[in-house]
Each structure stands twice: as C-alpha cells, then as structure tokens.
Design a protein around this ligand. Sequence first.
Ligand SMILES: [Zn+2]
Length: 186
Amino acid sequence: MIARPLHVAWMRRALEVATSHAASAGPSSHPASAGPSSEPASAGPSPQLASAGPSSHPGDVPVGAIVLGPDGVELAAAGNEREALGDPTAHAEILALRRAAAVLGTRRLEGCTLVVTLEPCTMCAGALVLARVSTLVFGAWEPKTGAVGSLWDVVRDRRLNHRPEVYSGVLADECATLMREFFRLP
Ligand SMILES: [Zn+2]
C-alpha cells in the first residue's frame, strides 16, 4: 500500500529510536514522556550523529520500533537490545509490543500500529499477528530473514485469523543505510 505522510513521520521517529536507543532506557521512559507534547525527539540529532547512543550495546544491530495507539499517540518505543539484555528475543518489535501492552493493560493491541525500521523476522511477524496489531509500517527490506514478503509472508497468511494492513519500504533508503553503516557494507 502507498505510505501516507504520517507513516513517514512515524518512521523518522523509529529511526531516531534505532540510533539513539533513547527510548530503551527502561521504565523511566514512560509513555507520558514520549507523547505528542514532547517534541524534542523529532528535533534531535540526525541518525548518523547519534549512531553511538550511550545506553546502547555496540553489538546491537540498530533497529527501532514504536507502537502507536488507535489515536496515533505513541505508546511505546524500543531499540533492538539482544546484546544489551543477553536475550535472543529482545528484538525492537517484541520489546515495543510488550511495553505497549503494559501501557494499555491488555495483550490485544487492536487498532494499534507498529512502525519498525526493518522488515520483521518470523518471530516478530508472528508476535504482531498474535498481538492483533492492526497496521504494520516497516522501512528497509530484509532479504535474509524477512517474514513480511521477503522469505515468508507471515502477516498475510490466510491460514491465520488476523492479518494487519502493511505499508512497506517507508524511508527504505534511510533505514537500509543505517544497516549498511552498522555492518560496514559499501
Ligand atoms: Zn524480529
């Protein structure tokens, strides 16, 4: 589907999360401080300048995710923290979904939107189907592990009883550049 301007704005925020891990600082990053009233996130340093966020583990691949409520207000944000937490499931999407569910007090995230800088893997695609996220917006394609069209298409598998609306390739170049720089690819 064709991305809307709002999706681009959300992706810029997810890119900031990916590069700064500012929102992954734990419980202190309460959603109240990440609401629309706190605009500094959108005026922060560019992803390139913030690529070595102080709270991030240098080995963590820079992927960022945010979850928006049905009203478009940010509920949660997370960076990839597999190395930082020593947790194989600590992908940005999983952490953001958990935090959003905690904020809403329910495991069902109907009406919510997950925005992530990289095409989700099988684990995360499965999780967002289980969470009943209504809309998925992602940035760069991940041909090696992607499960939203690259290797598999978990979120649009008609054998499952929930299929989110998908907007792919939003700010794909910027998101892919972040990955290339991390892996020092040309
Ligand atoms: Zn994943």
